[in-house]
Design a protein around this ligand. Structure first.
Ligand code: C2E
Ligand code: MG
Ligand code: MG
Length: 341
């Protein structure tokens, strides 16, 4: 807006905007109610270039949203550091998507009897131009809160499916590729459609693909139970990730078509240190066995852990003891050397 005489004039206009937008709309005979959040920056005190003004208005809007919607917020120089950091991370992530800065690493999953690689887990990394390789722990929260994970997740799924096809052609006929899916992704209305598009485009054999979902995602969410049924109908396998750490309700093991349980690293690392955790591992193995589910232990770092797991019939292992997550080329080398199923 040009020629603002004073702040009161500005506030009057903002309030009129908020009020107009908050009146009910009718679309296809449905009543819709929406509200706006407005961030305001004023030249020249809040910025001297259009970019600076927009960035600061955006930041102010972010605060307005967080304080409950249908609000406005003027930019202030001392706006909370934390919000600023989060907003900066969000725009950095958007840039990373545009510039295709994400890569997948793949951690081998080993059959302890044959010692062959039976699968890999795709793990996301951000190849930052100046900061190097960044772990997903650093940016997943922002990616989920902002919804950007939906777009990133589609890229992950497509890239991993293409990679599975390549390795299949290279001779690893059974090598499975496991892909992590977060709560926000699975609750996205277009999730199944996204899967179908990528399956059709890459022509990957769905049997080679496994989606990893945490227990929390499933619990108390009837919709997710349906989504898992749809995934399973397509022949894609489903694993419960970080199993044992959530508010596990064993009931869910009956309700959803699960193929594999992944015993969380927090239990594995206490093998030989904490009797209770050992008991839990054995209980998980026994349940999995009775329900005819596959089990894999994650975060296996020592031979002692491996021995314990083998003794109680856990024959699939993932962890630094065998291999750290590898670049795709390094997995290809293992396949060439006949280390994969
Ligand atoms: P996760 O799915 O439970 O993955 C296992 C994590 O443990 C990975 O961390 C892996 O590098 C690490 N790890 C594997 N073996 C060992 C070990 O022996 N010792 C130790 N200390 N760590 C081990 P990473 O790659 O940092 O991933 C962290 C989490 O980020 C993952 O946990 C997963 O929940 C999430 N994530 C990773 N990639 C994606 C993705 O593409 N999409 C989504 N939505 N989430 C992802
Ligand atoms: Mg996982
Ligand atoms: Mg896990």
């Amino acid at each position: 807006m040009n020629e603002i005489s004073d702040q009161k004039f500005l506030i009057d206009i903002i309030n009129r905007l908020l009020k107009e937008i908050a009146t009910n709309f009718y679309v296809a005979e449905r009543e819709l109610h929406i509200t706006a959040s407005i961030g305001v920056s004023v030249y020249p005190k809040d910025g001297k270039t259009p970019e600076e003004l927009l960035r600061n208005a955006d930041l102010a809007m972010y605060i307005a949203k967080r304080d409950g919607r249908n609000k406005f917020q003027f930019y202030e120089h001392n706006l909370n550091e934390e919000s600023l950091l989060k907003l900066e991370k969000e725009s950095a992530l958007r840039r990373a998507i545009d510039n295709q800065e994400f890569v997948l690493y793949y951690q081998p999953q080993i059959d302890t009897n044959s010692r062959k690689m039976i699968g890999v887990e795709a793990l996301l990394r951000w190849q930052h131009p100046s900061q190097g390789l960044i772990s997903p722990i650093e940016f997943l929260e922002v990616a989920e809160d902002s919804g950007l994970i939906v777009e990133i997740g589609k890229w992950v799924f497509k890239t991993a499916c293409q990679q599975a096809c390549n390795w299949h052609q290279a001779g690893a006929k059974q090598l499975r590729v496991a892909i992590n899916v977060s709560n926000r992704q699975i609750n996205d209305n277009n999730f199944i459609q996204m899967l179908d598009e990528v399956l059709a485009e890459t022509k990957v054999d769905p049997k080679l693909i496994q989606l990893e979902i945490t227990e929390e995602t499933v619990i108390n969410n009837e919709r997710v139970v349906n989504v898992i049924n749809e995934i399973s109908k397509r022949g894609i396998r489903v694993a419960f990730d970080d199993f044992g750490t959530g508010n596990s309700s064993l009931n869910y093991l009956r309700m959803v078509p699960i193929d594999q349980l992944k015993i969380d690293r927090s239990f594995i690392k206490n093998i030989n240190h904490n009797k209770n955790d050992e008991v839990i591992i054995r209980a998980i193995l026994s349940i999995a066995n009775d329900l005819e589910l596959d089990v894999i232990a994650e975060g296996v770092e020592t031979n002692d852990q491996l021995q314990f797991l083998s003794k109680y019939n856990c024959h699939e292992i993932q962890g630094y003891y065998f291999s750290k997550p590898l670049a795709a080329e390094d997995v290809s080398v293992l396949i060439l050397n006949d280390k994969a199923t």
